[in-house]
Design a protein around this ligand. Sequence first.
Ligand SMILES: NC(=O)c1ccc[n+]([C@@H]2O[C@H](COP(=O)([O-])OP(=O)(O)OC[C@H]3O[C@@H](n4cnc5c(N)ncnc54)[C@H](OP(=O)(O)O)[C@@H]3O)[C@@H](O)[C@H]2O)c1
Length: 272
Amino acid sequence: MSISLAGKRILVTGASSGIGRATALAAAADGAEVLLVARREAELKRLWREINDVDGAGEAHVYPCDLYDTAGVDSLVDLVLREHGGVDVLVNNAGHSIRRSVRHSVDRLHDYERTMRLNYLAPVQLTLGLLTAMREQRFGHVVNVTTQGIQVHTPRFTAYLASKAALEEFGRTAGRELASDNVTFSSVRMPLVRTPMIAPTEEVYRGMPSLSAEQAARLVLRAARSRNEIVNATGGAVFELADLAVPNTMRRLVHRFGYLPRPSLRPRRRRS
Ligand SMILES: NC(=O)c1ccc[n+]([C@@H]2O[C@H](COP(=O)([O-])OP(=O)(O)OC[C@H]3O[C@@H](n4cnc5c(N)ncnc54)[C@H](OP(=O)(O)O)[C@@H]3O)[C@@H](O)[C@H]2O)c1
């Protein structure tokens, strides 16, 4: 069932940085034609030059777009359909994370609205825009980059994790509906990755196991090649199993873990 990426048209959102950038480079090295999407045009052009310099193996195209902007995403879809007729693989990778306690979010509905727009509605809009062409060519695969956090239910990430859970569910349900059109969906439940995204919370994650952007890109491309519905890292699967086996213990543990940056799983001493 595993497919080759050589010659495939692969659109990667969030290609200007981190996991998306590494994914675009790796896909191009495999001979794919990559369509690079993000807001920072200069970064995309730098990547374009890098890809076109590598032995002529890959081919890249730059599409600056702000995915917050619904009209901008419509224009992006029109342009891609006009210039390429469609894509074979769509990697919905661009995203934004917010770490804020729900108790400090009571007057911040906009955090939830913005996160849903970028992490959920924009990928859905892109998928819908490119779907008819995928169905007509009787091939398409969508990789949604989600997060291991939806297996852990990490405190302080309500806006972020709800948006990623929505995206995963959209893809799983659509994939089960569209299998006979040969259009499939993967969710990559990404573990912690050392990218600019986690820089603001570096202190919190210090000492925790994490992947490089290149290792993360390998997970994304594993999903693209295998077309598996879910691509898990081991840690997330362990959390999920533990949640099934001992849900109350897990709730207590994850609650304590949520009060990082001073992680201590030791019980607090009682005051005498
Ligand atoms: N790093 C982790 O630990 C981790 C863990 C689990 C899941 N993930 C997920 O992995 C994905 C990639 O994250 P990363 O770690 O590689 O972060 P990153 O280095 O900060 O990259 C984020 C990318 O998203 C793009 N982006 C942000 N807002 C955009 C907008 N409005 N329109 C278009 N593009 C936009 C950025 O490009 P511009 O700024 O140029 O627009 C950038 O290319 C995200 O979906 C994230 O949720 C990351």
